[in-house]
Design a protein around this ligand. Structure first.
Ligand code: HEM
Length: 88
């Protein structure tokens, strides 16, 4: 059966902002990167800067070329429900 589509709004996203429970929004997609944190080549503190919020700008600033969609497939939580024209 097809997995049901999940939508994550800003309020829910912002609750997952700790090292034990870290969600990040990148370009309309929300990922639970808790298990990825320790493997991030840029380090945990850098990745934590984007925890519980929109990390698109930071992500693009450091490595727009990184294929996050492929890397974080198993970490996918759902789609961000909000205004993507306000990404920052
Ligand atoms: C490096 C993945 C988010 C900061 C890297 C590299 C990967 C990666 C694969 C190595 C890139 C390379 O050497 O070409 C990811 C993924 C992210 C993410 C999958 C999404 C969750 C972020 C965020 C920041 C950040 C939000 C900043 C706040 C950095 C920095 C490096 C780095 C500074 C460079 C480390 C160095 O070369 O010294 N990341 N990253 N990353 N990342 Fe991320």
């Amino acid at each position: 059966a097809r997995k049901q589509m999940k939508w994550v709004d800003h309020e829910e996203l912002s609750k997952h902002n700790t090292q034990d429970d870290c969600w990040i929004h990148i370009f309309g997609q929300v990922y639970d990167v808790t298990s990825y944190l320790e493997f991030h080549p840029g380090g945990i503190p850098e990745l934590m800067r984007a925890s519980g919020r929109d990390g698109t700008a930071l992500f693009n600033q450091y490595h727009a070329w990184v294929n996050y969609e492929n890397m974080l497939k198993s970490c996918f939580v759902g789609h961000f429900k909000g205004d993507l024209t306000k990404l920052k």
